[in-house]
Design a protein around this ligand. Structure first.
Ligand SMILES: Cc1cc2nc3c(=O)[nH]c(=O)nc-3n(C[C@H](O)[C@H](O)[C@H](O)COP(=O)(O)O)c2cc1C
Length: 360
């Protein structure tokens, strides 16, 4: 049941991906639990140093012999205005004083080296490589495919999906506007396309011939089945796994997820300079009043890092980034395996109920 082109390609039982979630939630334990339950666990490795990625992959392999994926951020050019950065730094100092941390810290602007991260993935011959925020260079896509790694890109519009298909990826995550976390948008012809999953998936399905993974607001068997009906060959669920037992999300973040509603999230550039969906916080609200321009990603991300970390230490979610999608009321604190099993059970129940209805 629910065998698709992707379950066959990836040799997995169910077309359920646990979304890669950079910043801590996707522990080796979570990834292995999902893969062992028949889905595909994915490591969000965008912020990890090459050694950390290697260690995480080794840990995952100790915990499962099933396929899994690793996800990276395609680097973007930093356009930096010194005036913007300096004004933002002055503003952020207010939070630093409140949290009792050093003001005017030196900002580590360079992110991890993409090439070095990729090299680890090539050395380790991982089963699945996915990326977001752009298109990985041609030679990297080819090198991955040559050694048998399935390559997956992220699109938020039909144009982006066509672009990724032409670049040679094996499959595409169609990220709807309900999705938690950063928008994967990379073509700048439209400033911030916010197409919902329900509208995006069938339109991409009509314009590309490779498999699609629906993502954004999918929390259970209902969203899973609807996605397959729309033309997806799998779903990628993030928020559904954020508060589960194996998730590495901070405890106060988990509590926020479990008590928030469908209208609790907002798209914001406040934390990182790139639009991302998260539970509304005091920091986000304050930032609405910020008189200047918020520096672009990844500069703003680097500038708020010390504040987010200090807030996490102080158990103060109001200054943390609480990325989450719009399906929040459906989140639960069960184990990852239970979430996979319940999704499949519920989808089966719906299929059977419809069958019985038709056949009296
Ligand atoms: C906390 C969090 C972190 C995320 N980090 C990544 C990431 O590192 N790479 C990526 O491709 N997508 C990332 N995403 C987006 C997911 O891949 C996916 O599009 C999203 O979770 C789907 O929406 P949902 O949260 O409503 O299930 C993240 C999402 C969340 C909630």
């Amino acid at each position: 049941m629910f065998e698709t082109e992707l379950t066959r390609t990836l040799n997995i039982q169910y077309p359920i991906f646990q979304a890669p979630m950079a910043g801590g939630p996707t522990t080796p334990e979570l990834i292995a639990a999902v893969s062992n339950a028949g889905g595909l666990g994915n490591l969000g490795a965008g912020y990890l140093a090459p050694d950390q990625i290697r260690n995480a992959i080794h840990k995952i392999r100790q915990l499962t012999d099933q396929p899994f994926g690793v996800n990276l951020f395609v680097p973007e050019k930093q356009e930096e205005s010194e005036v913007e950065v300096s004004l933002m730094n002055d503003y952020l100092n207010n939070y630093r004083v409140e949290l009792g941390i050093e003001v005017n810290p030196s900002i580590l602007k360079s992110s991890e080296s993409f090439e070095e991260q990729v090299q680890v993935l090539l050395d380790e011959k991982i089963p699945v490589f996915s990326f977001t925020f752009g298109v990985a260079p041609h030679n990297i896509i080819q090198a991955m495919k040559q050694q048998g790694t399935v390559v997956i890109g992220t699109a938020t519009t039909v144009e982006e999906a066509k672009y990724l298909e032409a670049a040679g990826v094996n499959a595409i995550v169609a990220q709807g506007s309900e999705a938690g976390g950063h928008r994967g948008t990379f073509l700048k012809n439209v400033s911030n396309p916010l197409i919902g999953t329900m509208a995006l998936v069938p339109q991409i399905a009509d314009h590309v011939s490779i498999p699609i993974i629906a993502s954004g607001g999918i929390m259970d068997g209902r969203g899973f089945l609807a996605s397959l009906a729309l033309g997806a060959s799998a779903v990628q669920m993030g928020t559904a796994f954020l508060a589960c037992i194996e998730s590495g999300a901070h405890e106060s973040y988990k509590q926020k997820i479990l008590s928030a509603n469908e209208d609790s999230t907002e798209l914001t550039r406040a934390y990182s300079g790139k639009p991302a969906r998260g539970i509304r916080t005091k920091f986000m609200n304050d930032m609405h009043q910020y008189p200047g321009n918020i520096p672009a990603y990844p500069i703003q991300n680097a500038m708020t890092r010390d504040i987010r970390q200090a807030a996490a230490k102080a158990n103060n979610p109001e200054y943390m980034s609480l990325w989450a999608g719009q399906g929040l009321r459906l989140a639960s604190s069960q184990s990852a395996a239970t979430i996979v099993e319940r999704t499949i059970d519920q989808a089966n129940e719906i299929v059977n109920a419809n069958y019985n209805l038709r056949n009296g």
